[in-house]
Design a protein around this ligand. Structure first.
Ligand code: SIN
Length: 317
């Protein structure tokens, strides 16, 4: 379960990657220099979403701390395709792990332009299609409807043999149907969950707090939802799944793998601890080793310790 893992033709050192937009590898390198490279916390790097044109993102405030989570309304600020290809991509290619480039467009044609341009670059090992951002109108609409996903993949699949990962929204009536449409129309993998649409009100005025009005909820608050959706999607597709949503520990990562994920992505936890990815990979490895050495006669989902049996919510949270 842990250790090296094959994913869409890529050989990864372990199953833990980052969620797009939650770890700025270029900022880390600017701050800490090349020291970050040998200790890079993820087995592959998923870059922040890029769009065709540069975007400023949503007006502030962009963050709200929710109980056990975070609501973000960032709005995909980025330099646009040309800026990314000229400046960011060559620098990200220096990372010691494969690079997965996340793209988003307003229409299948725009996504097609992004896919063609990015996939032509040798630095990109795979692409993730963001059809699930709750902070811009078009992203969510495309990702919630199996017919829209089918049309998108019919447009972009012929453009590249490189792996295409479709990032699904949890804000869909039937996430299993969307995943099945993605697989049927040529996706190599799906990733889920993106954030759940949420809102916070200004305590004094009662007006929406976030500059974008609504935002996306992430963190431990959504872990149980993510687990259920990964489990549901795993029953519908045979392509690999990148599971994410509130993973903070090796136990959480193991749960996502048990539910059917091949990789686990860490997001909000990296804001608290930028080395969380490496820690979670180590914890996962230790758990798997322990389970191999001491197989659990009570069943694979049994609690690991007396403390966990007596208070599973605290030890597993
Ligand atoms: C954002 O920039 O708004 C977050 C990215 C996403 O939710 O896909």
């Amino acid at each position: 379960m842990s250790g090296p893992v094959a994913f869409c033709g890529l050989e990864l050192a372990h199953p833990v990657v980052n969620g797009s937009g939650t770890f700025d590898a270029l900022a880390a390198q600017r701050t800490f220099g090349d020291a970050v490279l040998p200790e890079f916390p993820f087995a592959a790097y998923v870059s922040k979403t890029i769009t065709r044109e540069p975007r400023q993102g949503n007006p502030p405030p962009r963050l709200w701390e929710a109980p056990a989570g975070l609501i973000n309304s960032i709005g995909l600020p980025n330099r646009g395709l040309d800026g990314y290809l000229a400046d960011d991509l060559p620098r990200l290619a220096q990372l010691p792990v494969p690079l997965i480039v996340n793209v988003m467009g307003d229409s299948p044609e725009h996504v097609g332009e992004l896919v063609s341009a990015v996939a032509a670059r040798p630095e990109a090992a795979a692409l993730e299609l963001n059809v699930s951002c709750p902070n811009v109108k078009s992203g969510l609409i495309m990702g919630a409807d199996p017919a829209e996903i089918a049309a998108l993949l019919d447009r972009v699949r012929p453009l590249t043999p490189k792996p295409l990962i479709v990032k699904l929204t949890p804000n869909a009536t039937d996430v299993g149907a969307v995943a099945a449409a993605a697989e049927a129309h040529g996706a190599d993998a799906v990733s889920l969950v993106n954030t759940l649409r949420g809102m916070a009100l200004h305590p004094a005025t009662g007006a929406p707090w976030l500059g974008g009005g609504t935002g996306g909820v992430s963190g431990p608050a959504i872990r149980a939802v993510a687990l259920a959706q990964i489990h549901e999607v795993a029953a519908r597709v045979s392509i690999p799944i990148v599971g994410m949503g509130g993973v903070q520990t090796g136990v959480h990562a193991r749960d996502f793998l048990r539910a059917g994920a091949t990789l686990v992505a860490v997001g909000t936890e990296s804001f608290r601890d930028p080395r969380a990815g490496a820690r979670i990979a180590d914890e996962l490895e230790a758990l798997v080793r322990k389970e191999r050495t001491f197989p659990d006669p009570a069943g694979s989902n049994a609690p690991d310790s007396r403390a966990e049996r007596e208070n599973p919510q605290q030890t597993r949270a």
